[in-house]
Every structure is written in C-alpha cells, then in structure tokens.
Design a protein around this ligand. Sequence first.
Ligand SMILES: [Ca+2]
Ligand SMILES: [Ca+2]
Ligand SMILES: [Ca+2]
Length: 277
Amino acid sequence: MNIVVVIIIIIIIIIIIVVVVVAVVVVVVVVVVVVVKVVVVLFVVFIVVIFLRIKLSFAPQNKTMMLIPALFVLASLYASEVAGCCEMDTLCDKVDKAINATDRNYELLQSMDRKIDNHDVQICKVFVYVRLLVLEMTIDKTKWHMSDLYQDRIYLVTKAKQTFRLKSANDVCKSQGGYLLELDDNNERRFTYRFVEKIGGSPHFGTGGNDVVKEGKWVYFNSGKPVPQDLKWIDGEPNNAGNEDCMIIGMGRKGLNDISCGTNIKYVCEIPLGCDP
Ligand SMILES: [Ca+2]
Ligand SMILES: [Ca+2]
Ligand SMILES: [Ca+2]
C-alpha cells in the first residue's frame, strides 16, 4: 500500500478518535452539571420541606393552605438561581417585582441559602418571603389594595365600600389568611394610617376593634384581645354618639373614632406571614 494512503488513513482515524473523545467529554460534563443542579435543588427542597413540616405541625391551620404553592415557588426560585437563569418568565417577573419591593426583602432572599443551617430564624424569614410572593401572585388586585411588609405582616384594604359587619368582614379577611385589623400599638396605627391615607376614597376604614358586647369595653373581634389603652383616638372619641360600637381609622382627623357598625365603608385586613401570628 502506498505510504501516503496509510498516513491519510492514520490521520483520519486520529481525527475520529479526537472527535469521539471530545464529544464524550462534553456529554459527560453536561450530564454531571445537570445532575449536580438537580441534586442541589432536590436537597434544598427536601431540607425546606422537613423544616416547614416541623413548623407546620405547630402552626395554625390556614398556613397549611399555603404549603403547596409556597414549595412550588421556593423550588422554582432556587432552581432559577442555581441554573443562573429564569426559565419561567412570568414567575420570575413576579419574583423580581417582589424582590425589588424593599431592600430588606432582597437581603432576606440573598441570605436564604447561605444561612439555611440557622434554620429556626431563617425558615421563618423564608416563610414570610414565600408567603409574600404567593400572596403577590394570587391576590385579586381588582378587590384589594396591598401594603408593604410591616413586621412580617401586610395589610389588605377593600377597594369597594361595603356595609361593615364585623363577622362577615372578618370571614373575608380569614379567607385571605388573616383577620380584621388589630392595632397592637401606635406604631402599627401610624403605619396603617399612612397606608389607608394613600388609598383614600372613604372617610372611614373599618378595623376589628368594637365595644358591641359591653359598652366602653373595647376588644378585637377575631382574637378577643383588649384594644390597648394607649392607642391614640381622635380628641373626644370614642363618644358612642347614637350608639357607635365599631372602631375605625378616621380620615382627615388622623386618629381612631367609633362609628355605627353597618356603615358603608372600606375595611382593613391584617395578614400575618411569619411563624408567629
Ligand atoms: Ca396587629
Ligand atoms: Ca359604643
Ligand atoms: Ca364617635
């Protein structure tokens, strides 16, 4: 055989071997990368499921309702982060929007995977964050105004005025995972006042405060807790003028007032997002 032909055949064989080796290496690398990503995602989801299950066994029933979408969001979030891309554009838009809502939220998310070992605090923070994202995605924006985060909770205000009945309004709040607003102190009063002031459209905004059972004994409808004595009411209020038993945030006069239950007003729901309601 001609020596030139032999050399050409050898070169072709070497090229084929190199191509095959390169192809095998590329396939192996791709498979390893994908497997590692999947394992990391599954591991994180597994850890989160374990901790959420521990938390949920002590948590109120309504939090269980959030588990499946919460885990879905969390897994998607982490998968997107690990993969370095957003495969689910719509979800990622929502996530980005929520992330940009406050710097504090963003820090919470960034610390999510780093501090997973500090689980007790971190899982609660993750819980707040995931529930916030789920709420952002599921809330009917034609019916509700939604506040920013305030101490692991947010507030919803009805867009339409309704005849204010404590039980039916509280039931509506419950269906959103919360209860009629319970002001624990004047800081919460100031935060919610600023929020409803921005919304406007109603002279009064209903809360859970009432003295229906005993005149002058102010309690919250959902928890039955007493309304704190040092909450700032409008000067001269509550005055029970013509039998007023429902506590409202009064627009224009920057304080609390009692008005007749059954008035046509907007109202405020308080939605706890953390582990401690
Ligand atoms: Ca409160
Ligand atoms: Ca009264
Ligand atoms: Ca009054």
